[in-house]
Design a protein around this ligand. Structure first.
Ligand code: ADP
Ligand code: MG
Length: 328
C-alpha cells in the first residue's frame, strides 16, 4: 500500500506495522496499525516524551507547566493505570503499554469509525433517534466509570467519542476480505437514524482521575471518617462529566455547541453563567423531552445537575427503550 512507505518507523514498535494516521494531535499521534503477533488491527497512540508536559497540563496556567520530567511520566502512567482497570464495551480497551527512549506507546482497541466529531460534521446534525443511540452508549460507559470504578473522565467531548461503523453490504459467505479495500469507506448501512454508527466507545483518559480507593472500591479515605468536602468533591467531579454530556447531547441534536464565542473571555463568562438557548429555527422541531434532559445537565449548580442514574432514568432515554422493545 502506498501509504505504508510514508509511515514513520518507531524503534520499539516493530511488532506493529502502521497503516495510516487516525488522530493528529499536537502532542500525540494515533495510527491504525496491524498487530503481527495477535493478527488483528489496533490503534497505536504514540506520545513523544519531551512534549508531554505542555499537553498534559494544557488546562493549567503557563507558569505551572514548568514541571519536572517525573510529573510527565506520572501522568502517562496514570492514564495507563486507569485504563488497565477498565473493561467495558463502551470504552476503548488498552491492550499494551511500552516505551522507548523518546516515546510512550499505548496499543488500543481500534475504533474504525474514528471520531463522532467527524460524523457530526458530515451529517450536520443527528436525528433524535441516532442521538439517543449514541448518548445512551456513552451514558452506560459513564455509569460504569462513575458507579463501578470511581473514575471521572474529565474530557468528554465529540473528539474523544469514537465509533464502529456499520458496514452496508455484508460480505457473501466464503468471500475473502480484501485488505486493500479502504475500509468500505462511504459505504454505510442506514442503521439507527441513518447514521451508520454501531458501537460507540469513549477514548482518551489523559485527564481522568480516580476518586475511589482502587483496592477497597470505597471513596478515598476510610468510610465513615471521610470529610464532607471530600464526599462533596467526589460528587462535583463526577458532575463535570454530566455537564460535558449535556454539551455533547446539545451538539448532536443541532450541530453546534451550546456555548460559543470568538473571544475566550466572553465564552468563559457564558459558561460560568450557563448562558445558552435553544436557538430557533434549529431547535423548533426537537422534542421538549430532549430539551428537558439538556436543561437538567446544563445547570450551573452541580447539586441540581443530574447524576448518571437520573440521566438514564429520564423519559427521553426511556422512550428509546420502548421503541427497542417494540422492534423485538
Ligand atoms: P489526545 O490526548 O492527544 O487527545 P487521544 O487519545 O484523544 O489523544 O487520541 C487522539 C485522536 O486519535 C482521537 O481524537 C481519535 O481521533 C484518534 N484515536 C484515538 N484512539 C483511537 C482508537 N482507539 N481508535 C481510533 N482512533 C483513535
Ligand atoms: Mg483526545
Amino acid at each position: 500500500k502506498q501509504q505504508k512507505s510514508k509511515m514513520p518507523k518507531y524503534p520499539g514498535l516493530e511488532r506493529y506495522s502502521l497503516v495510516e494516521k487516525m488522530g493528529d494531535g499536537a502532542f500525540s499521534n494515533v495510527y491504525k496499525a496491524y498487530d503481527t503477533k495477535m493478527d488483528r488491527m489496533v490503534a497505536v497512540k504514540v506520545v513523544r516524551k519531551f512534549e508531554l508536559n505542555a499537553h498534559q497540563n494544557k488546562h493549567l496556567h503557563r507558569d505551572m507547566k514548568k514541571k519536572p520530567r517525573v510529573t510527565e511520566r506520572a501522568n502517562i502512567l496514570k492514564e495507563v493505570q486507569i485504563m488497565r482497570q477498565l473493561k467495558h464495551s463502551g470504552i476503548v480497551e488498552l491492550y499494551e503499554f511500552s516505551e522507548s527512549n523518546e516515546h510512550y506507546f499505548l496499543v488500543l482497541e481500534l475504533a474504525p469509525g474514528g471520531e463522532l466529531f467527524h460524523r457530526i460534521v458530515k451529517l450536520t446534525y443527528f436525528s433524535e433517534e441516532l442521538t439517543r443511540h449514541v448518548i445512551v452508549q456513552v451514558a452506560q460507559a459513564v455509569r460504569y466509570l462513575h458507579e463501578e470504578k470511581g473514575v471521572i473522565h474529565r474530557d468528554i467531548k465529540p473528539e474523544n467519542i469514537l465509533f464502529e461503523p456499520i458496514p452496508i453490504i455484508p460480505s457473501p459467505p466464503g468471500a475473502k476480505p480484501d485488505e486493500d479495500d479502504k475500509e468500505d469507506e462511504g459505504v454505510f448501512q442506514a442503521g439507527v437514524g441513518g447514521g451508520g454508527i454501531g458501537r460507540v466507545k469513549i477514548a482518551d483518559f489523559g485527564l481522568s482521575k480516580v476518586v475511589w480507593n482502587e483496592h477497597t472500591m470505597t471513596p478515598c479515605g476510610t468510610v465513615g471518617y471521610t470529610a464532607p468536602e471530600i464526599v462533596k468533591d467526589e460528587r462535583y467531579s463526577k458532575s463535570v462529566d454530566m455537564w460535558a454530556m449535556g454539551c455533547v447531547l446539545y451538539t448532536l441534536l443541532c450541530g453546534f455547541p451550546p456555548f460559543y464565542d470568538e473571544s475566550i473571555q466572553a465564552l468563559t463568562e457564558k459558561v460560568a453563567r450557563g448562558q445558552y438557548s435553544f436557538l430557533s429555527p434549529w431547535w423548533d422541531e426537537i422534542s421538549s423531552q430532549a430539551k428537558d434532559l439538556i436543561t437538567h445537565l446544563l445547570c450551573v449548580n452541580p447539586d441540581e445537575r443530574y447524576t448518571i442514574d437520573q440521566f438514564l432514568a429520564h423519559p427521553w432515554i426511556k422512550a428509546g427503550e420502548m421503541v427497542e422493545e417494540v422492534k423485538e
